[in-house]
Write a protein that binds this ligand. Structure first.
Ligand SMILES: [Zn+2]
Ligand SMILES: [Zn+2]
Length: 407
């Protein structure tokens, strides 16, 4: 068999998780994933009783699942919250193993079904043990975000996963970090990075807003496992996602007045804002600077920065609402011509894109050349894309580049 590549988004949520769209159901996901251009989706929330029942009802397969004749495939996936508020992503090989893990974990939760993302009263090490007993895979979710990321609470994989640290299958970068940032930590150099959407709605604006390209020989759970463990030529060949500046927790910033802070200044002020006395939220860049022990990793696969096409169109046309008719009209033109959104963003020839819409084509070209500028995010506020040519002098780009090198 020959190798081929697919696009995969391995972390989403169901309508049973907090703040998730009621539309988050398998038939809609299957259809929207095709428009987005992603062939494999995590199911989200596969330990939740009602969602698991929906999955069993709608999906057929063995390890990798299909909805009716759809081209979209699914793998059983959930996210759990451990004691100490760390989030973990879990992948499972079958419905029977999902039932088994539900059974094992129900002892450690007041109510596994209270939320799509269950709260467990055990630490990462015990979660790892239970997942491994069910032949599943696990890794930290959005590992660098404050509050729920592993590195917000621990300085190493070992501190988090104890004797199972070397069984971690992947690390999810999250929207506020990319490979270059994460590779400043040497213990991660051998580990596969995942860039997933953590989507709360099924539309191409959200699903696979970050995704992974996998090289495999067959679309099976075993092949997925080999790819994540970089076995026999199978691997993740590309991570794709936001510029980390876009993330809500990118730079250290006052939660109250939104003033940005450099690490050394925030420390001097004991993380209390000098302007207003508010709490300074530690950004991902500064968290990484604190624990960094490496200049980078030359062997890492490429990370391609991109945003959802809807957001690009809205920026180009200076339209505030993503649901505007102009935005969806341009989006439809592109997707009809090129088959799906990821093809437009990553693979289609720029000259062809420019024929559909010159300004949007130019913006995507700037993305592919890494020439996009934006106001960085922090303290829970997303970053903001700037139109081409607009180049606000942002002191913090210089700060970050001085400290983390160019990326
Ligand atoms: Zn999470
Ligand atoms: Zn302040």
């Amino acid at each position: 068999m020959d190798f081929f590549e697919i696009n995969a988004d391995l972390h989403i949520h169901s309508k049973y998780a907090r703040a998730v769209s009621e539309k988050m159901e398998i038939p809609i996901l299957a259809e929207q994933a095709k428009l987005k251009g992603v062939q494999l989706l995590g199911t989200g929330d596969c330990l939740h009783n009602k969602w698991l029942a929906h999955l069993k009802e709608t999906l057929k397969g063995d390890g990798i699942y299909t909805y009716k004749n759809s081209e979209t495939k699914f793998v059983l996936q959930t996210e759990v919250q451990a004691l100490g508020r760390v989030h973990h992503v879990i992948l499972l090989p079958s419905f029977s193993k999902a039932d088994e893990l539900r059974e094992k974990l129900s002892k450690y939760s007041n109510n596994l079904d209270a939320d799509g993302r269950p709260w467990l009263k055990i630490m990462g090490e015990e979660i790892a043990e239970k997942v491994l007993e069910c032949d599943g895979m696990f890794g930290p979710a959005h590992a660098f975000t404050p509050y729920f990321g592993m590195y917000a609470h621990f300085n190493t994989l070992k501190e988090c996963y104890g004797k199972y640290a070397d069984k971690v299958s992947f690390l999810e970068l999250g929207l506020s970090a990319d490979s270059k940032m994460a590779d400043r930590i040497s213990e991660l150099h051998k580990l596969t990075f995942l860039s997933n959407s953590d989507a709360h709605s099924p539309y191409p604006l959200r699903i696979a807003r970050e995704f992974n390209r996998l090289k495999i020989k067959d679309l099976t759970y075993d092949e997925l496992k080999k790819a994540l463990h970089q076995k026999d030529g199978r691997k993740v060949t590309m991570n794709c996602g936001f510029y980390p500046e876009h993330g809500k927790y990118h730079l250290s910033r006052c939660k109250n007045c939104l003033r940005f802070y450099k690490l050394e200044d925030a420390k001097k002020l004991n993380w209390k804002c000098g302007e207003c006395g508010g709490i300074i939220n530690k950004g991902v860049v500064d968290k990484i600077l604190e624990i960094s022990d490496s200049d980078g990793n030359p062997d890492r696969v490429k990370y391609v920065h991109i945003y959802p096409l809807t957001e690009i169109i809205a920026t180009v046309y200076n339209i505030k609402t993503f649901s505007s008719k102009t935005v969806s009209g341009v989006w439809n033109k592109f997707v009809q011509q090129f088959g799906n959104e990821i093809n437009v963003l990553i693979d289609a020839p720029i000259e062809e894109l420019k024929k559909v819409d010159l300004k949007v084509g130019e913006y995507i070209e700037a993305f592919r050349k890494e020439e996009i500028k934006q106001i960085p995010g922090g303290a829970g506020e997303y970053g903001k894309l700037l139109p081409l040519g607009e180049n606000e002098e942002i002191e913090f780009f210089k700060y970050k580049q001085k400290n983390l090198g160019e990326f």
